[in-house]
Structure formats: structure tokens, C-alpha cells
Design a protein around this ligand. Structure first.
Ligand SMILES: Nc1ncnc2c1ncn2[C@@H]1O[C@H](COP(=O)(O)OP(=O)(O)OP(=O)(O)O)[C@@H](O)[C@H]1O
Length: 244
């Protein structure tokens, strides 16, 4: 479903590639954690899948479609098939909770009566029943992220991309958001989630893809945030230099 073949991506202003020779396959229905230090290329990889950027070389394909070959005018159509959740929520401040979720259906032309039925259903699923008429600034961060997840899932996308969705949330709230993403995945949606949250990754033991300096350095089924636990006591950083 998601395919990257020898993908290198250098930003026009960048001196070094943000991604280097990354090859990756993600099947329909998988849940993949994307980990790696700040600046390792996680957001860049997600931006390529949204066609916010194009690869400098290599192939990025979604459902067999080469994203570089999609004309600009068709990119909005592509994005409607992908749900997105970001660290900073990105809700429309002048629309209510229900209005934010309905917007995602309006833009794909779903009929009014469908919107009226589906929006309350989805808000119930994410635990926001009764808060339909609040505005984003009348909600906690966790609630705002629930709205963002509701908006991302309401169109039943085949793929959901989440870029550090728990970055601004406390541990308990993060776990709640994570459970929602698990539930979305159980309905068959492929989920790719970039995260620095080791606790969430370690509690799940799902597929983990690790980037370092733009290179894919680990792709592990049932992985942990920090890679294989060898049981060894780590050496001080200067003594491990070069070992990896
Ligand atoms: N618009 C841009 N122009 C130039 N360089 C960029 C741009 N966006 C990102 N980069 C660079 O590309 C590299 C990868 O950045 P990216 O945002 O993909 O990393 P990341 O792993 O998502 O980091 P974080 O965990 O901090 O979000 C970094 O070196 C960054 O400085």
C-alpha cells in the first residue's frame, strides 16, 4: 500500500539530504511507529506521502500510484484519501467541534443527511459526546486532539498519518489518543505514526521503523523504541562511538 524505493529527498534550502536512499514497504492494515532523533527525517517522510514534498530521487507510491506523477491539481484528491493528525492539532478555530469534523465530510461532497448522522457517531466514539458545540479554544489539549482524530477518521481513510500526535499531551491523555489510533487501525486503516514517546511504543511492540540522519537504520516487527534490549549495561557515549 505504501512503497518507498531508494528515496532521497533534499530540501532546496538544505545542504544535506533529509532522507537518504530509504526503501520501505507498508502493507494495508499495518500499524507502524516511525522513530528517530529530532531532524532524522520522520516528518519529511510523512510529507512525501501527502505530496507536500516530492522526492529528489526514488519512488514514493501509494496504492500503486507514483505520487510524483500526480498533477498538482489532483493533489487535493489524494489528500482526501489520507487522514492526518499533527502535534499542534490544526483545528479550524472559528468552527465548533462538530463543524471541524463535518468540514472533512463537506469537502468530499458527502450529503447533508450523512454528515448529520456520522458526525455525532464519530464524536461519541472519541469520547466527545456533549461537546459538539464547543469551539477549539474551549477544549483541553487532549480534547482538541480527539477532535483532530475524529476529523481524520470520519472519512474512513485507507491511511492515517500521525506526526507526533501526543507531543503536547500528558502521559494519560497520550495513552487515550493512542488507544483511539489503535481503534482506527483495527477497522483496517493503515496507520503510520511518527513519535518520540517511548512508553507508547514499548507498551505495544508493533513494527518500528527508525531513521537516523535520513537513513533507515532499523525496521523491526514487534520493536521497542530503543531497539533490541541486549541486556548489556550501556557504555558511556564516548566508548560506544563507532561501535554502532
Ligand atoms: N523546509 C525545509 N527546508 C530545509 N530543510 C528542512 C526543511 N524541513 C526540514 N528540513 C531539514 O530536514 C531534516 C529532517 O527534518 P524532519 O522535520 O523531517 O525531521 P524529524 O525527524 O521529523 O524531526 P522532529 O522529530 O524534530 O520533528 C532536518 O535536518 C531539517 O533541518
Amino acid at each position: 500500500m505504501i512503497r518507498l524505493d531508494a528515496v532521497t529527498m533534499t530540501y532546496p534550502a538544505g545542504s544535506r539530504p533529509a532522507l537518504r536512499d530509504v526503501t520501505l514497504r507498508i502493507d494495508a492494515g499495518e500499524f507502524v511507529f516511525l522513530v528517530g532523533p529530532s531532524g532524522s527525517g520522520k516528518s519529511t517522510l510523512l510529507r512525501l506521502l501527502l505530496r507536500e514534498e516530492r522526492a529528489t530521487s526514488g519512488l514514493v507510491a501509494l496504492d500503486g500510484v507514483d505520487l510524483a506523477a500526480i498533477p498538482d491539481r489532483r493533489v487535493p484528491l489524494l489528500r482526501r484519501t489520507i487522514g492526518c493528525v499533527f502535534q499542534d492539532f490544526r483545528l479550524l478555530p472559528d468552527r465548533t467541534v462538530a463543524g471541524n469534523v463535518a468540514f472533512a465530510l463537506d469537502v468530499v461532497g458527502r450529503p447533508r443527511h450523512v454528515v448529520r448522522t456520522v458526525v455525532p457517531e464519530v464524536l461519541g466514539l472519541v469520547g466527545l459526546a456533549g461537546k459538539e458545540n464547543r469551539y477549539p479554544d474551549e477544549l483541553s489539549g487532549g480534547e482538541q486532539q480527539r477532535v483532530a482524530v475524529a476529523r481524520a477518521m470520519v472519512g474512513r481513510p485507507r491511511v492515517l498519518l500521525a506526526d507526533e500526535p501526543t507531543g503536547n499531551l500528558d502521559p494519560a491523555t497520550s495513552e487515550g489518543i493512542m488507544r483511539l489510533l489503535d481503534a482506527v487501525n483495527r477497522t483496517g486503516t493503515t496507520v503510520v505514526m511518527a513519535t518520540h514517546n517511548a512508553a507508547l511504543v514499548d507498551a505495544r511492540r508493533r513494527r518500528v521503523v527508525e531513521l537516523a540522519d535520513g537513513v533507515c537504520v532499523r525496521d523491526e516487527q514487534r520493536g521497542a523504541y530503543d531497539g533490541e534490549d541486549t541486556g548489556e549495561v550501556p557504555l558511556p557515549a564516548n566508548e560506544t562511538a563507532g561501535v554502532r
